[in-house]
Design a protein around this ligand. Structure first.
Ligand SMILES: [Zn+2]
Length: 231
């Protein structure tokens, strides 16, 4: 049986080089993990010291959805949160958050989708001659970010007539592009009010930072991919 002499192996320049590479990547990876954790801790501290400003009526709901977004990041998913409010009473009747990556990958579980799944599963509305399952009178959906095309069409289909979002998403948001929806969906959404929430700049910035925290690696990979493509 062949035996390995450790002293000879350690003296081998190739072995030493490989060991240095392994140690380097271990240290860099560890440092990156610590940097990520400390950035999340800073975000959490900023959220804890944020408060609703009397000049911004939607701050109280903005705080709820950014806390949901933080919970989502801590659980390993994307930094987006949402809630459903009864506008007559001001009561939050449901909360939701992105669950796309944990406990396992689910491409449909954006924050708004999770919220509506929870609400509709609990409400269990059925359709008959007198009731309409899309009757969502007084309900306002609040999201920390402008909904994507998938979530926007789901929200339209749910029957919810009022939806507000804390921060705009110029790259992926669909509310600012409602005029590009297919004609059926535009007509379906004709009586809806979907708009940016009236939140203070601090809370809006937090919503964006939470979103960008989870999107950072995806955006970086996409940029690297673009750089690789030769014209
Ligand atoms: Zn979405």
């Amino acid at each position: 049986m062949k035996t390995i002499n450790l002293r000879t192996a350690a003296a081998n320049p190739l072995t030493r080089f490989l060991c240095m590479v392994v140690v380097f990547f271990f240290l860099v990876g560890d440092a990156a993990t610590h940097a990520d954790l400390s950035k999340l801790a800073v975000l959490e501290q900023r959220i804890q010291s944020a408060s609703a400003h009397p000049d911004f009526p939607d701050d109280v709901y903005g705080l709820i959805v950014i806390n949901q977004a933080l919970t989502s990041l801590k659980a390993g998913s994307g930094g987006i949160g949402a809630c459903l409010v009864n506008s007559r009473t001001g009561q939050v009747i449901e909360t939701g958050r992105n669950r796309q990556h944990a406990p396992h990958f689910r491409s449909d579980l954006h924050g708004e989708m999770d919220l509506l799944n929870r609400y509709e599963d609990r409400a269990q509305k059925t359709r008959d001659k007198t009731t309409n399952p899309r009757e969502c009178r007084d309900l306002v959906l609040v999201s920390s970010m402008e909904p994507c095309p998938m979530c926007l069409t789901r929200i339209i289909n749910s029957g919810i007539k009022t939806m507000i979002y804390v921060a705009e998403d110029p790259d992926g948001g669909m509310v600012s592009r409602m005029d590009q929806l297919p004609p059926f969906w535009q007509a379906f959404a004709a009586d809806r009010e979907y708009r940016k929430a009236k939140c203070s700049p601090d809370i809006e910035q937090l919503a964006m930072d939470l979103f960008n925290y989870s999107n950072r690696s995806f955006a970086r990979n996409r940029k690297n991919q673009k750089n690789k493509i030769k014209p």
